[in-house]
Design a protein around this ligand. Structure first.
Ligand SMILES: Cc1cc2nc3c(=O)[nH]c(=O)nc-3n(C[C@H](O)[C@H](O)[C@H](O)COP(=O)(O)OP(=O)(O)OC[C@H]3O[C@@H](n4cnc5c(N)ncnc54)[C@H](O)[C@@H]3O)c2cc1C
Length: 330
C-alpha cells in the first residue's frame, strides 16, 4: 500500500513527487514516459532559473530530484482507477468504523499490462496530448520545424515564414501572435470560416502579414533536416501547392483522456478534471494537477507549481488536516 500514487511523470507529476517524498510519503509514480510534453520542446527558455535548455534535459533534472528524494517510478499506462473496497474490512466496520473510513479512501490503480497498485491517495497528473494531423513528415519534423505550441516556439521564427494550421481560437490567436515575430504567416484552415471570437477574426482580416489559405488541408511536411514547406490541397478545386515555410504550428486542439476516472471525479465540457485552487478534485483523496486540469496557459512552470500544491494538499488530507503549513504568514 503506497501513501500516494502519482499518475504521470511530466512537470506536474514529478514536482508532486518531490513534495510528497520530502513529506516522507511512500510515493509511486506510474507513467508512460518520463518528461511528458516538455520533452517535445527543443529549447525551453521560460522555465525560471535554469537558462535555455532542451526540454528533455530539464525533465531529467526533475526526475533525478524526485528519485533522489525516494520516489519509486514504474513505466506503464494506467487504464483503470477504482476504490479498493475490501469485503473483510467492511464486515469489521460494525466494530471499528474507523477501519471503513480508511478503506473507503483507498484506491486501486490498474495498468494496461494487468498489474495493480494500491494507495491511500491519488494525484492525477497525466497531462494532455496535442491532436496530430496524421500526415507524412509530421512526426519526423516534430521539434525541427513542426510544433504544437505557438507561445513556446514562436521566438525561433523571428523574420521567418510560418504556417499555422487550424480554425479555432487557438489557431487564429496563434496566427496573430506569429505575425508579431514571423515575416509571413499562412493560416491554413479546411473550411472557409473560423470558429473564433468575432473580435479576433476582425483582427485577422486587418492583418496584412497573414495570408488565409481556406478550404485547404495539409498533405505532407516537406524538408530535409528541418521543415522547408508544407504541401496543401484545396478540397474544392483539388489544386495542390507548396507553401514555403520554416515553421508549422499545428493548433487543432488537444485530447484529454479522462475516461477511466470520470466515474470518480467531475470533469468539465473539455473533459479536464475540475480542481479547486489547491488541486482537490470532487472526490476526497484524489488530487489533480497540470494540463489535465482546466488551468489556463498550459506551461511547464504552471504544471510544476500546481503539482507542488496538489502534493501539499494531499499531505494535509492524509494527515487529517494537521499537516502542511500552507504559507509563511502562519
Ligand atoms: C511542442 C510543445 C512545446 C512546448 N513548449 C513549452 C515551453 O517552451 N515552455 C513551457 O512552459 N511549456 C511548453 N509546453 C507546454 C508544457 O510542455 C506543458 O504545459 C507541460 O508539459 C504540462 O505538464 P504536465 O505534467 O501537466 O503534463 P505532461 O507534460 O503532458 O505529462 C504527462 C505525463 O503523463 C503520462 N501519461 C499520460 N497518460 C498516461 C496514462 N494513462 N498512464 C500513465 N501515464 C500517463 C505521459 O507519458 C507524461 O509523462 C510545450 C508543449 C508542447 C506540446
Amino acid at each position: 500500500m503506497y501513501d500516494v500514487i502519482i499518475v504521470g511523470a511530466g512537470a506536474a507529476g514529478l514536482t508532486a513527487a518531490i513534495y510528497t517524498c520530502r513529506k516522507k510519503l511512500k510515493t509511486l509514480i506510474v507513467s508512460i514516459d518520463v518528461g511528458g510534453q516538455t520533452n517535445l520542446t527543443s529549447h525551453i527558455e521560460n522555465y525560471p532559473g535554469t537558462g535555455a535548455m532542451h526540454g528533455i534535459e530539464l525533465m531529467r533534472k526533475f526526475q533525478n530530484e524526485a528519485i533522489g528524494f525516494g520516489a519509486e517510478l514504474i513505466m506503464g499506462k494506467v487504464n483503470k482507477v477504482d476504490m479498493s473496497v475490501n469485503r473483510s474490512a467492511i464486515s469489521d466496520h460494525a466494530q471499528k468504523p474507523q477501519v471503513f473510513d480508511k478503506i473507503e479512501n483507498s484506491f486501486r490503480v490498474g495498468l494496461a499490462n494487468g498489474e495493480t497498485y494500491d494507495c491511500k491517495a491519488l494525484i492525477l497528473a497525466y497531462g494532455k496530448v496535442p491532436k496530430s494531423l496524421g500526415i507524412e513528415g509530421e512526426e519526423k519534423f516534430m521539434g525541427r520545424g513542426v510544433s504544437t505550441c505557438v507561445t513556446c516556439d514562436l521566438p525561433l521564427y523571428k523574420n521567418r515564414d510560418v504556417a499555422v494550421i487550424g480554425g479555432g481560437n487557438s489557431a487564429v490567436e496563434g496566427a496573430l501572435e506569429s505575425s508579431t515575430i514571423a515575416r509571413k504567416v499562412y493560416l491554413l484552415h479546411r473550411r472557409d470560416s473560423f470558429r473564433a471570437d468575432e473580435v479576433t477574426i476582425e483582427k485577422l482580416k486587418n492583418n496584412a502579414q497573414i495570408e488565409l489559405v481556406l478550404n485547404s488541408i495539409p498533405l505532407k511536411v516537406i524538408g530535409d533536416k528541418n521543415v522547408e514547406g508544407v504541401e496543401v490541397e484545396n478540397i474544392i478545386t483539388k489544386e495542390k501547392k507548396e507553401l514555403k515555410v520554416d515553421g508549422i504550428f499545428i493548433e487543432i486542439g488537444y485530447i484529454v483522456d479522462t475516461s477511466f476516472v470520470q466515474h470518480l471525479v467531475k470533469v468539465n465540457e473539455r473533459k479536464e478534471i475540475i480542481v479547486d485552487d489547491r488541486g482537490n478534485t470532487s472526490h476526497p483523496g484524489i488530487f489533480a494537477a497540470g494540463d489535465i486540469t482546466p488551468v489556463p496557459f498550459k506551461q511547464t512552470v504552471i504544471a510544476a507549481g500546481d503539482g507542488s500544491k496538489a502534493a501539499l494538499e494531499c499531505y494535509r488530507w492524509l494527515t487529517g488536516g494537521k499537516g502542511a503549513v500552507l504559507d509563511w504568514t502562519h
